[in-house]
Design a protein around this ligand. Structure first.
Ligand SMILES: NC(=O)c1ccc[n+]([C@@H]2O[C@H](COP(=O)([O-])OP(=O)(O)OC[C@H]3O[C@@H](n4cnc5c(N)ncnc54)[C@H](OP(=O)(O)O)[C@@H]3O)[C@@H](O)[C@H]2O)c1
Length: 234
């Protein structure tokens, strides 16, 4: 039965940044389909701190809670023109959006390899296809993450571990609420989206569930756009 292939009963899923926004919607969907979801935010483990990442995974390991499914969702995004983009801000984005993902992949991999089942999922951005001029570092980190996904996907495919990138377009979450509420900016944004509407967090959940479950077992190294067509050439 196809619907059974979406079932996540018995799986442990770590979704970073799962107390708000897209991460919360993905965590809620995984729970609905039976997974034990580890809810994560800055208080649980600040991804800007490499030492905190090690302690967090050491704790999960000691508790027998190493993930079967990892969704690297949390990110940092600063809107600053490239000419004055501060190096310390750039370092922080590289750490949270790229290096933390690589390290979490490394920490999750041994269990996934041993059990011959795993799901590594990154949350990218439409900025990989249409970079925003004031978010050059953010866009670059997301593109680097996509490249990492394709690289690792090939290397672990025979171990029944899939590695994929889910790419949101414009979603109504805390980071966007204020600017989308501005009638001029909001209508400019929606006019650029072929579907003429922005997404709600739960719009990312179906694609995440597909990638996380056995229903998506033959999808690897893919980037799935969830963007209402925003990345399509005009
Ligand atoms: N929203 C969009 O339109 C959009 C578009 C394209 C891509 N995306 C991507 O989708 C993902 C989710 O975006 P969102 O808009 O749902 O995010 P959000 O509403 O800003 O939620 C952020 C979540 O990430 C956590 N977080 C932030 N920085 C962290 C850090 N340094 N360490 C640990 N946790 C941290 C937050 O924890 P606290 O509550 O503790 O702060 C919170 O749980 C991101 O990767 C983003 O780049 C979003």
């Amino acid at each position: 039965m196809l619907k059974e292939k979406f079932d996540l009963t018995g799986k442990i899923a770590l979704v970073t940044g799962s107390t708000r926004g897209i991460g919360k919607a993905i965590g809620d969907a995984f729970e609905e389909y039976g997974a034990k979801v580890i809810r994560h935010n800055t208080k649980v483990c600040d991804l800007s701190d490499p030492v905190a990442i090690e302690s967090f995974f050491d704790r999960l390991d000691a508790e027998g809670s190493m993930p079967d499914i990892l969704v690297a969702n949390a990110s940092l995004q600063a809107k600053i023109p490239w000419t004055g983009f501060p190096m310390d801000e750039a370092q922080k984005e590289i750490q949270i959006n790229f290096l933390a993902t690589l390290r979490m992949f490394q920490r999750c991999y041994p269990k996934m390899k041993a059990q011959k089942w795993g799901r590594l999922i990154t949350v990218g951005s439409v900025n990989e296809r249409r970079p925003h001029p004031d978010m050059c570092v953010y866009a670059a980190t997301k593109s680097a993450q996509e490249n990492l996904v394709r690289n690792i996907a090939r290397q672990v495919a025979a171990e029944e571990i899939t590695v994929n990138n889910l790419c949101p377009g414009v979603f109504y979450t805390d980071r966007n609420k204020e600017c989308l509420a501005d009638p001029v900016y909001g209508s400019k944004v929606t006019a650029a989206i072929p579907m003429h509407d922005y997404a709600m967090p739960e719009d990312a959940a179906g694609a995440a569930l597909l990638l996380a479950s056995d229903a998506g077992r033959y999808i690897t190294g893919a980037t799935i756009m969830v963007d209402g067509g925003l990345s399509l050439p005009g």
